[in-house]
Design a protein around this ligand. Structure first.
Ligand code: DQA
Length: 186
């Protein structure tokens, strides 16, 4: 019968349209999910900003007691460090002045994703730096180039550890890299 033939044909065309529509929708949804995922990944790795903050006498790295602190200046090591983390925007600041370290912590402490702090000898003396770390929301990792526990007893006490998320020390300049790794895991 011609009319039932027509109905059959319309039905078959309808089924084909639905089939291709299904495939098309699948790829559209899949594509959207894929681009959303890559956008999240992109934002995740590209938006990190971190500060390496060095305290007193660390401007002399490379010259200062090389048997303990090695031969690298912070400036030359910083280039290596940045190369190890191409997706992290790293900055470096050093001061011999306690108040300037505190000012820097205040400056970055509500916007940056992490601070790697080698407070040098202020580690063992500064309640003010402890309070500054407590006052900010950016996580701070305490770092030491040397293993302070193998050295003079006055270096065994840190007044800042309690305010930091963790401590890394004794691995030479690599302590800075390990601290960034740790901050990226938070
Ligand atoms: C140091 C250890 C401190 O005791 C010392 O005062 C420093 C450097 C380190 O990196 O090993 O200046 O923080």
């Amino acid at each position: 019968m011609p009319s039932s033939n027509l109905i059959l044909q319309v039905h078959q065309i309808g089924t084909k349209i639905m089939f291709f529509h299904g495939i098309f929708s699948f790829f559209v949804v899949f594509g959207l999910l894929l681009s959303y995922d890559s956008m999240i990944l992109f934002m995740d790795s590209n938006n990190k900003r971190m500060l390496i903050l060095n305290g007193p006498n660390l401007n002399l790295l490379g010259k200062r007691e090389p048997g303990i602190y090695g031969n690298d200046s912070m400036e030359s090591y910083f280039a290596t460090l940045q190369n190890s983390f191409p997706d992290v925007s790293l900055e470096y600041y050093q001061s011999n002045v306690e108040g300037e370290l505190i000012n820097k912590l205040h400056e970055v402490g509500f916007t940056y994703d992490g601070v790697v702090l080698n407070a040098g000898a202020y580690t063992h003396t500064s309640v003010a730096i402890h309070d500054a770390i407590k006052a900010i929301s950016t996580p701070v990792v305490e770092v030491h180039i040397s293993n302070v526990y193998q050295r003079e007893t006055y270096r065994h006490t840190s007044l800042i550890t309690g305010a930091c998320v963790g401590v890394i020390g004794g691995f030479g300049m690599d302590s800075y890299r390990l601290a960034i790794e740790a901050l990226l895991q938070l």
